[in-house]
Design a protein around this ligand. Structure first.
Ligand code: ATP
Ligand code: MG
Length: 382
């Protein structure tokens, strides 16, 4: 424990206090699949200059600190926001809609760390198949920050990126300091090692970026894509995110489908985004009508679907399709989900043509189920 305390610069009693207050929590399940790790903890909150989601692991390579991925602030208007926040050139990158994964190498193997700082067995299995370790041999201090996208995702499934889970690098950072490589360096490395990368739509002067972003966002919105992240080409300034109306509506649809699970803040913030975008894009009435319909449909259709679910089936589940290459990893993942406190059930694995196993993962939406049930039983809404 002393080395863990040293790694984040606290005394042994202070470390104990962090555990007591649940700021520091266990981040992995001891298992031969994670054989390079003896102990691992994650920060559940920002602490002493370390971001939330920072991982501290005692590994066969010694104690490693992997910094949490920094929060990206959102622009609600493009002008003058972008111009105000940047100087010189900015890269306009695709913001892909999946989940954040930091890929690192400890000892002999690769590990996938999710946003909160957990080492995820499901993601780790896929990362070991998707990346060979030559990059990590050449740059042992760097981590690949990727978006894990695809339909077979246990956290953010989306079919527009393809069936299986895939990884797109968007940042390359020093795992200890969190310093990000400049955009050009990132591109060069991704090309050299054959990594897929989040699309860079354009690199432009920040004074005209608002126009370019608007064009990009309108175009990719129609394709159901999420949005853009605007980055200083040198990565010296914090990036900014901006999303398409379709992405806002898809969040609304999801949020209203499981309205008991998702807070009012989640839904309200999406509606506010729509208001500012509609205003800034100076929409004519027809276009505004289209947007209004999109928003209304997102809210209504998904809610009615949930009510119907309870009426017909008694319960609401989110259903996801997963794939395992090794059934031992399936066992580990079930334990992982249990520890994360997610009420879930799984189908039996079915073997696919390539020998891998398909499993259906059902996440029980208890809160939405309970509310709908209560109302359908004739009770009043207080
Ligand atoms: P935040 O990161 O601001 O805390 P959040 O967790 O709600 O917010 P999002 O709103 O999805 O996440 O926005 C940030 C996330 O976007 C990043 O953590 C990353 O996983 C994802 N992302 C997708 N594409 C990119 C990209 N090109 N550059 C940076 N991040 C990207
Ligand atoms: Mg996201």
């Amino acid at each position: 424990m002393k080395d863990i305390a040293n790694a984040i610069g606290v005394s042994a009693p202070a470390l104990k206090e962090l555990f007591r207050r649940d700021i520091l929590r266990r981040a992995f399940i001891k298992h031969p699949f994670f054989s390079d790790i003896f102990e691992a903890y994650k920060l559940d909150r920002r602490f002493g200059g370390f971001e939330e989601g920072t991982l501290i692991a005692k590994t066969t390579d010694g104690v490693k600190v992997v910094r949490g991925f920094p929060k990206i602030k959102r622009a609600l208007t493009l002008y003058p926001t972008i111009k105000k926040h940047f100087d010189g050139e900015v890269a306009i990158e695709e913001k892909m809609n999946g989940y954040n994964v930091r890929v690192v190498k400890f000892g002999e193997k690769l590990y996938a760390i999710t946003r909160g700082g957990f080492i995820c067995p499901y993601t780790t299995e896929k990362v070991r198949l998707a990346f060979d370790d030559s990059f990590f041999k050449d740059y042992p201090n760097l981590m690949l920050c990727c978006e894990a996208v695809g339909e077979e995702s246990p956290y953010v499934p989306s079919s527009i990126y393809g069936d299986r889970l895939d990884f797109y690098v968007f940042d390359i950072r020093d795992m200890k300091t969190n310093t990000a490589l400049p955009i050009k360096e990132k591109e060069r490395i991704c090309e050299n090692y054959g990594f897929k990368m989040a699309t860079i739509f354009d690199i432009v002067d920040c004074r005209i970026a608002h126009e370019v972003v608007r064009d990009v966002v309108e175009k990719i919105g129609k394709e159901g894509r999420e949005g853009v992240v605007i980055k200083d080409v040198e990565m010296k300034e914090p990036p900014i995110k901006y999303t398409t109306s379709q992405a806002n509506c898809s969040d609304l649809s999801y949020g209203f489908r499981y309205f008991g699970e998702y807070g009012k803040d989640f839904l309200f913030s999406r509606l506010i985004r729509e208001g500012f975008q509609s205003w800034e894009f100076r929409e004519i009435e027809d276009v505004m009508n289209e947007r209004a319909l999109r928003i209304g449909k997102a809210i209504l259709f998904s809610m009615v679907e949930s009510i119907r679910d309870v009426k017909d089936n008694g319960k609401i589940y989110e259903k996801m399709r997963l794939r395992f290459y090794d059934l031992e990893v399936f066992e580990l993942f079930k334990e992982h989900v249990r520890r994360m406190g997610v009420p879930a059930k799984f189908s039996d694995p079915i073997q696919d043509d390539d020998g891998s196993y398909i499993v259906h993962y059902y996440k029980y939406m208890k809160s939405t189920t309970d509310i709908v049930k209560h109302i359908l039983e004739g009770n009043l809404w207080s």
